[in-house]
Design a protein around this ligand. Structure first.
Ligand code: ATP
Ligand code: MG
Length: 532
């Protein structure tokens, strides 16, 4: 008998050791509670058990683990958890009350539970939860069950507290990760060797590097400056001893190239402008632990800046030419000593008139462009526009300006009129025909033709000119874009014609596009306008 008791004690000790090892290893709270509860119940040969934990910062307890109790019966056990707080020294009284409540619970839950033991989980003097162990039938708990469990509960409380802290830190980390990941700014964290540790979504979007590709790489592989706008970059700053104690952030701005990316092949190699602020995260010993980099995409800002530069150079060039011609002719005509013949006067005045018209067109185009940009561009739709008639009048006008080109018209007789802004549609035709002439320098036939479809009509302008290379296609309708060929440099133009034509056609709910001619050199521009 005595020997058996010793054996049991040894077994219990070993069991306790094994359990406490398991407890310290487990950081997931639900798993930990399961281990504690199972051990508690088995330890005193109980029938069932549960653990209730205090909600952080409140007295309220919540059942956090059950053992031997079917989940659908858990609610019946609420009276054992609520309204009976644990106080050191009043256990006997509380136990009597517990037993009374257990009887009521047992009636409803019908599990034959007859005995209950309750032990506090105390961490740093605070009750963070309660362990309940139940016994059924006529079994009684072993005599020293309470004290056996108590020492176990002390260890368990420490493990629970650790797991709760771990969970809290984990949650906080997840929250921070989510903030970083969702931030609209690009964020990157580098380790002291400048390897990328964190690379958020906005940054992937900006640079074309996925987080998987970027993480683990050296900063300079990902941010491979092609051109710098600031005097120095991160490497220079580090060479100069950055970060000094109390160091300020450093700011680096420049251009990088997007890497090859299967999903965005069209953006491959595109140049993007970035502004990066690097801030050191220093550890308690003053050593740099990490570098956090905030990245802004300045590409649009740069594009606008360069557009503005183009605007100024194009406009000043295009304004200067007619103005100096007008000034030249006017000055000549004014000369007192010259006695100009009627013909010379006429010819000079008509040049002045033409150049003034050119200026008016240019100014109109600029105004329209700024309206398109400001979103205040609107059509004056009223008339029933007869496109064949508009085309004929445009053809007439251009025929007087060129004898190298012929302009043919080909519209079917049933071509319907459309609702539209006549002045603006004429502007589109004017630009298409003027382009056809300008970019067919050796002369040739220009064809304006119409086609009727069930829901829309089209107008096409074909030339046999120099054509548009395939790779320039995406650029052609952008403002101020003029193809870089000898002819563009020689001919007048601001590169606004097609930009405005597109805006006008699209405001009519139509489309504009172009094709390279199949049957010879040159290009065909076509636009569609919906019928009625
Ligand atoms: P603007 O129309 O403002 O006076 P532009 O004619 O140069 O100037 P767009 O009409 O917008 O400008 O045309 C843009 C560019 O597209 C032209 O500079 C030219 O390089 C090219 N382009 C347009 N039409 C043709 C064409 N029919 N054939 C070849 N290239 C063309
Ligand atoms: Mg043009």
């Amino acid at each position: 008998m005595a020997r058996a008791l010793v054996d049991i004690r040894i077994l219990q000790r070993e069991y306790l050791l094994a359990i406490s090892r398991a407890l310290t290893a487990e950081l997931e709270l639900p798993d930990l509670l399961r281990i504690i509860l199972k051990a508690s119940v088995e330890f005193v040969s109980g029938r069932a058990g549960m653990i209730a934990l205090a909600e952080p910062g409140s007295e309220t307890l919540r059942v956090a683990a059950i053992y031997g109790i079917p989940p659908h019966l858990v609610d019946y056990f609420a009276p054992l958890v609520q309204g009976l707080p644990y106080h050191e020294g009043t256990e006997d009284e509380a136990n009597r009350e517990l037993m009374r409540r257990l009887k009521q619970v047992a009636d409803k839950a019908d599990l034959g539970l007859t005995q209950v033991l309750r032990l506090p989980l105390v961490s740093r003097g605070e009750v963070i939860g309660l362990i309940y162990v139940f016994q059924s039938g006529s079994y009684y708990f072993v005599e020293d069950a309470q004290s056996l469990l108590r020492s176990f509960a002390e260890q368990a409380a420490i493990a629970v507290r650790n797991a709760q802290l771990y969970q809290q830190i984990n949650k906080e980390k997840q929250r921070l990760d989510a903030i970083l990941e969702q931030s609209a700014d690009g964020v990157m964290i580098l380790d002291p060797d400048l390897r990328v540790k964190v690379f958020n979504k906005a940054l992937s979007h900006m640079t074309g590097w996925t987080a998987e590709e970027a993480i683990g790489r050296h900063h300079n592989e990902v941010i491979d400056w092609q051109a710098l706008k600031t005097d120095s970059d991160l490497d220079d700053a580090l060479d100069d001893g950055w970060p000094l104690p109390g160091a300020a952030h450093i700011y680096v701005e420049g251009d990088i190239r997007r890497p090859h990316n299967e999903r965005h092949v069209e953006a491959d190699g595109a140049v993007i402008s970035l502004g990066i602020t690097y801030a050191p995260l220093v550890d308690e010993n003053g050593r740099m632990a990490d570098i956090i980099a905030n990245v802004r995409d300045l590409t649009r800002y740069r594009e606008e800046e360069s557009l503005q530069k183009t605007f100024i150079s194009v406009v000043s060039h295009e304004l200067k030419t007619p103005v100096s011609i007008i000034k030249g002719y006017a000055g000549t005509l004014r000369r007192q000593d010259a006695n100009w013949s009627r013909e010379i006067m006429d010819e000079s005045l008509s040049v002045i008139e033409e150049e003034a018209d050119q200026l008016t067109d240019l100014i109109d185009n600029l105004l329209e462009t700024s309206r398109v940009q400001a979103g205040t561009f609107s059509l004056e739709i009223s008339e029933e526009v007869v496109l064949p008639r508009l085309a004929a009048s445009v053809a007439r006008k251009f025929r007087t300006q060129t004898d190298k080109h012929t302009i043919e018209l080909n519209f079917p007789p049933d071509y319907p009129s459309v609702m539209g802004d006549e002045r603006r549609l004429k502007q589109v035709l004017n630009n298409l025909v003027s382009n056809a002439i300008k970019y067919t320098p050796d002369g040739g036939e220009i064809r304006m033709s119409g086609a009727v479809h069930s829901r829309y009509v089209t107008v096409s302008v074909s030339d046999a000119g120099i054509g548009i290379p395939e790779h320039e296609k995406p650029r052609i309708f952008q403002q101020f874009s003029r193809l870089d060929n000898a002819l563009s440099r020689k001919t007048e133009g601001t590169g606004l014609g097609l930009f405005l034509s597109k805006a006008i056609v699209e405001a009519h709910n139509g489309r504009i596009w172009f094709n390279t001619n199949d049957d010879g050199p040159g290009t065909t521009f076509t636009f569609s306008i919906p019928r009625g």
